[in-house]
Design a protein around this ligand. Structure first.
Ligand code: NAP
Length: 330
């Protein structure tokens, strides 16, 4: 047996979770069977969608089980292998995060493509974060050159990728974020305007920043941001509904003041999950890899140190404690 530690779900939260909902416990990893590998995790991803998995409800991914290790994106190195497909020293990304070591069938680990980028990028702009931004903007919203794009949580992981992809494809971009420091970074990434949603009503700031209206809304937040996008939408606007973090702890908003604009402006709204586009990952790697190599897309991470830091890093997503991608380095 090999020893490792993993964060477990101690109990299900209602509202905003706290440290009492998490427990760090040792786990025994049994000796490997044929076809299996063991991985030492180096980077763990914490993501807003994990909040939904803490509830006992049916969704597109099963809920976390109380008393069981949590799961999530991770990058690590193979330290033992009984599979011809993986050798010791290979870097892999996989879904057995929230723990120091992971073991299982070799097929549950993906060798990172040889693109010469830093390991943590496989959880950021070249991982599910970047893929969500890319497919949400270009496939779901069908955003194209000349469009005016509004994106919320623009200083976060997905949002900062949306800003940069939209600029790389010749769009006008308005991003919203909480606070002037974040807004300054959103402008640095190339956004034409940035709205500090904490400084005043989003609808007022958006209409001032986009006097001609918006063609595309990339929603990471829901609530007032989505309502503001209804108000500002031009005819035939397309909304990619990626996330609604404002409601993950508080529940859905009571109402939308401007929702009837959906009819007059012929707004098309579509929710999506990035896995809908797995068949197109080669195209994503080509485009995103090219933008990263040319410096067109830049990556920024907020890094917390050590396995102990994982729950706090996760909780801090809900109060905006990150710029770019929130990661835990082991
Ligand atoms: P992130 O944006 O890096 O982190 C969350 C950010 O949300 C925080 O930094 C904070 O920024 C903002 N925020 C938190 N609470 C807020 C509130 N009440 N009102 C407004 N803003 C709030 O996280 P991410 O991983 O990139 O995810 C962004 C969104 O995409 C989330 O909604 C997530 O669930 C969704 N997502 C969807 C998919 C999919 O396949 N559909 C995949 C990945 C992510 P401020 O400081 O600016 O408030």
């Amino acid at each position: 047996m090999t020893g490792s530690r993993a964060w477990h779900l101690a109990s299900r939260p209602s509202g905003l979770p706290d440290m009492s909902h998490f427990e760090l416990k040792p786990v025994d990893l049994p000796p490997l069977a044929d076809g299996e590998a063991r991985v030492e995790n180096m980077w763990l991803s914490v993501d807003p969608y994990m909040r939904g998995r803490m509830n006992d409800v049916k969704s597109y991914v099963p809920p976390f089980e109380v008393g069981a290790p949590l799961q999530g994106g991770a990058v690590g190195k193979v330290v033992e292998s009984r599979s011809p497909d993986l050798k010791v020293g290979d870097t892999v990304f996989h879904m057995m995060g929230w723990r120091e070591q992971a073991s299982g069938p070799a097929a549950s680990f993906n060798k990172v493509p040889a693109m010469g980028v830093s390991d943590e990028q496989w959880l950021g702009n070249l991982g599910l974060t970047g893929a969500t931004a890319y497919f949400g903007l270009l496939r779901v919203a069908e955003a194209k050159e000349g469009d005016i794009v509004f994106v919320s949580a623009a200083a976060g992981a997905v949002g900062s990728a949306v800003v940069q992809i939209a600029k790389a494809r010749g769009m006008t971009v308005i991003g919203s974020a909480g606070g002037e420091e974040k807004c300054a970074w959103v402008r640095e990434l190339g956004a034409d305007a940035a709205i500090d949603y904490k400084a005043g009503p989003v609808v007022k700031s958006l209409i001032e920043a986009a006097p001609k209206g918006i063609d595309v809304y990339f929603d990471n937040v829901g609530g007032d941001h989505l309502d503001a996008a209804f108000a500002a939408a031009r005819n035939n606007a397309r909304f990619a509904i990626c996330g609604m973090i404002e409601g993950y702890n508080a529940g859905p908003p009571p109402s939308f003041r401007y929702i009837m604009r959906v009819i007059a402006a012929r707004i098309r709204m579509q929710g999506f999950i990035y896995t809908d586009y797995m068949a197109e990952m080669d195209q994503f790697y080509r485009d995103m890899g090219g933008w990263i190599a040319s410096g067109r897309v830049k990556s920024r991470e907020t890094v917390r140190e050590g396995i102990e830091a994982a729950p706090r890093a996760f909780l801090d997503l809900f109060s905006g404690g990150n710029m770019g991608k929130m990661l835990v380095r082991l």
